[in-house]
Design a protein around this ligand. Structure first.
Ligand code: ATP
Ligand code: MG
Length: 735
């Protein structure tokens, strides 16, 4: 809730308040007792449901508190404006039951209940109802891989589906319609997770794409639909999986779950070793084909279309087994390995393309040169053939995923007259730092920098500026502003992105060391970039807000170009498969298409920056709320809290700074009118004082009373203190 500004009041009032702040003796502090208890009695640490009550606020005290709570199975803790969620790594059924959802929904003041994601969800829902600007809401869920972002988003969606059903029973809308909407919205999860999630070293169900889902509400607060926006699918996973990791779940689902008939139709024998299906033997709960198919059906994807999708996926698996070997004569195309011919046959029949064409296009490159655009053909090396095969698979999968998102949106999105407001849930990949990092990590960490910047701008900065505007003395807390890091990555005139794009635009053949030299020359004045003097591989180190990350330069420019040879696209355009025809439509050529294409190369980073800019634009137009998920141990063990691992996450998300600002700030922020209505009786006690004076004094008082919630119980205390305040006020001079 946004506090009503009392700016415009004479500064005299502010002076009185500030004077009072320096003389806390008049305040009777139960807070002090709590503090003593905190320091002396560790048994009670778990009672601190808001980290702003911990004193002193350091990562160590915060850590102790979270650990004590975790030990007593309390997983949610407020940290001022943020909710910290520590992953239990085991199902706690009662915690997400419909009964508990209703409890939070029906509570007169949900903030008085224990901290929970449902408090945040309900608050966002009420904010929409009370029409306080900005009306639309965003719940931003962050944390590292495996911390629980997707789980949390799923629970939030279930919460809204549940309370929307409750709202529907008392509304005009018929229950069947509501049930269908809710069901479809929830069904989008298993489908998107089947196609976009995979088992990684850090999480068995890791989201390999970012997601922003807008839950659409009509004027009566009913859930009428939703829309999904996705970001940067990790499509390289289709063809390359790190050791001990797996491909997207859907590939395992079809190979394990297909019926006898389906196997025959999709050409999937019981036991075939597919190169692109590593760790096949592991049985994971995500391998649930039936659930995916059911959900697709609910979303309006008929069986015939589903068959078509799975046929293409099977075609990709067969394509992965097409292996090349060096040809004896370099002027001739590469040879095929032993049984590759069978796989080509199956893959081409499943993808509806010609066998000869596929072989030719994978093994022979077409080059257009000269003013007349003469066509030359050149046999590819064995490595190039493999790259072209991978490229073909990746582009098919990426377009299939985008198509799926479009179909889901078509199915769940309300038409424009059907909704007025939305609550957005953001679930994006957390900060990443691996032994080797490349363009993917740069993009992911850039997204995290932008979100951190949004957090700083919206909360830390806004709060401090608001105090200044209200004339309240306030020593500014310094916070880590990550502007220079954001500038380093995306700024102008020179940044990592602009230099990468420049390389792609000029299409020059420069090696990694040359690009490193260019980066260093152009960006040397930025304090956030450095390099390891002892390292021989071309790289650069970026000092992110969450830590330093070293990025390997090798392949970065090529990854940014993400080239798809035109002849491969044409092969797919010529496919007889109707879904592939839809995914690769024949584009009408514009008269001066070629020259304009050359001027503006669409690179991976430019596309990603564009989609992120649009996301930030939406986030900036909403009232945000933050949930920080914490992974208590790296092995995903149930109920195991490893201090060092939690500590590094707390440091990375700047939790101490956040708590400090919240703790030093005013815990209660009530709109002026609400305050007046609620504390009318105080005015009766002192009719000579203006309402605004009462408000501002109480407002200041509540700051002193950290720990004081916005409750009826506190009204008595408030009343006493306001009386005390009024007695101490210097006589009014002039209005
Ligand atoms: P990634 O960035 O890799 O997608 P994530 O932050 O989305 O990771 P999740 O997939 O949501 O992580 O969570 C990882 C696992 O942790 C879940 O599969 C689930 O087993 C467990 N988990 C997360 N949150 C909870 C919770 N609140 N209660 C019980 N288990 C949980
Ligand atoms: Mg996830």
């Amino acid at each position: 809730m946004k506090a009503v500004s009392v700016s415009g009041r004479p500064s005299r009032l502010a002076q009185q308040i500030n004077g009072l702040k320096e003389n806390p003796s008049c305040l009777n502090e139960p807070y002090e007792e709590k503090l003593k208890a905190f320091l002396s009695d560790e048994d009670k640490l778990h009672l601190f449901d808001d980290l702003t009550k911990v004193n002193p606020v350091t990562t160590t005290t915060v850590l102790k508190c979270l650990q004590a709570r975790y030990a007593t199975e309390v997983f949610y803790t407020n940290a001022g404006c943020t909710l910290v969620a520590v992953n239990p790594f085991q199902p706690i059924f009662y915690l997400y039951s419909p009964e508990l959802m209703r409890e939070y929904h029906m509570a007169p003041r949900p903030r008085e209940l224990k901290p929970h994601i449902f408090t945040e969800a309900e608050q966002a829902y009420r904010n929409v109802q009370s029409q306080i600007e900005p009306v639309n809401q965003s719940i931003i869920v962050s944390g590292e891989s495996g911390a629980g972002k997707t789980w949390t988003s799923r629970c939030l969606m279930k919460f809204y589906a549940t309370i929307a059903a409750a709202a529907a029973s008392s509304s005009q809308m018929d229950n069947d319609t509501v049930e269908r909407i809710e069901r479809r919205v929830l069904d989008s999860n298993p489908v998107m997770e089947a196609f976009g999630n995979a088992c990684t070293l850090r999480n068995n169900n890791s989201s390999r794409f970012g997601k922003y889902i807008q839950l659409q509400l009509d004027g009566t607060q009913l859930l009428t639909g939703a829309s999904v926006q996705t970001y940067l699918l990790e499509k390289t996973r289709v063809t390359h999986q790190a050791p001990c990791e797996r491909n997207f779940h859907i590939f395992y689902q079809i190979t394990k779950g297909a019926s006898k008939d389906e196997r025959q139709e999709w050409n999937l024998p019981e036991r075939t070793d597919f190169f692109w299906l590593p760790n096949y033997e592991r049985n994971l709960e995500e391998d649930c084909f039936e659930i995916t198919k059911d959900a697709m059906l609910h979303l309006g994807i008929e069986n015939a279309t589903q068959n078509n999708v799975f046929k293409i996926l099977s075609g990709l698996l067969h394509m992965g087994n097409i292996q090349f070997s060096d040809s004896v004569d370099e002027s001739q195309p590469c040879d095929l390995q032993d049984n590759a011919k069978d796989f080509i046959k199956t893959a081409t029949s499943l993808l509806g393309v010609s066998e000869e064409e596929l072989l030719e296009k994978l093994r022979i490159r077409t080059i257009m040169a000269g003013k007349q655009q003469q066509v030359f053909k050149k046999p590819c090396s064995r490595a190039e053939c493999g790259m072209r095969r991978d490229c073909l698979a990746k582009v098919i999968y990426a377009r299939l995923f985008d198509w799926l998102v479009t179909v889901i949106n078509r199915s769940i999105c309300a038409d424009s007259s059907g909704w007025t407001n939305f609550i957005g849930l953001l679930d994006v990949y957390g900060f990443e730092s691996f032994p080797v990092n490349n363009l993917e990590q740069l993009c992911i960490n850039y997204a995290n920098e932008k979100l951190q910047q949004h957090f700083v701008a919206h909360y830390l900065k806004a709060q401090q500026e608001e105090y200044a505007a209200e004339g309240l003395a306030w020593s500014f807390i310094s916070y880590q502003d990550n502007q220079s890091c954001v500038d380093l990555i995306e700024g102008s005139p020179a940044s990592i992105f602009s230099l990468l794009n420049e390389e792609c635009r000029l299409n020059r053949s420069s090696n990694a060391s040359q690009f490193q030299a260019r980066l260093e020359k152009a960006l040397s004045s930025n304090p956030c970039i450095s390099r390891d003097k002892f390292s021989k591989t071309p790289h650069f180190i970026v000092s992110h807000y969450a830590g330093r990350v070293s990025y390997q330069i090798e392949e970065m420019v090529e990854k940014n170009k993400d080239p798809i040879p035109a002849e491969l696209i044409q092969l797919l355009q010529d496919s007889k498969d109707c879904l592939l025809q839809q995914l690769f439509p024949v584009e009408k050529e514009q008269p001066d298409n070629k020259s304009s294409n050359r001027a503006s190369v669409v690179t991976v980073v430019s596309k990603f920056k564009g989609s992120l800019d649009r996301l930030m634009h939406i986030l900036n137009s909403t009232t945000p709320c933050y949930i920080r998920c914490i992974k208590p141990n790296m092995d995903c063990q149930a109920m195991t809290f490893k201090k060092e691992e939690v500590l590094s996450q707390l440091e990375a998300c700047g939790i101490v700074e956040t708590i400090n600002i919240s703790a030093a700030g005013f815990p209660i922020r009530i709109p002026f009118q609400n305050f007046i209505e609620r504390y009318q009786l105080l005015r009766k006690l002192h009719p000579s004082r203006s309402e605004q004076e009462l408000y501002i004094n109480t407002y200041t008082f509540t700051k002193k009373k950290k720990g004081l919630g916005d409750t009826e119980d506190n009204a008595d205390t408030l009343r006493c203190v306001v009386q005390e305040l009024l007695q101490n006020l210097v006589p009014e001079q002039s209005a």
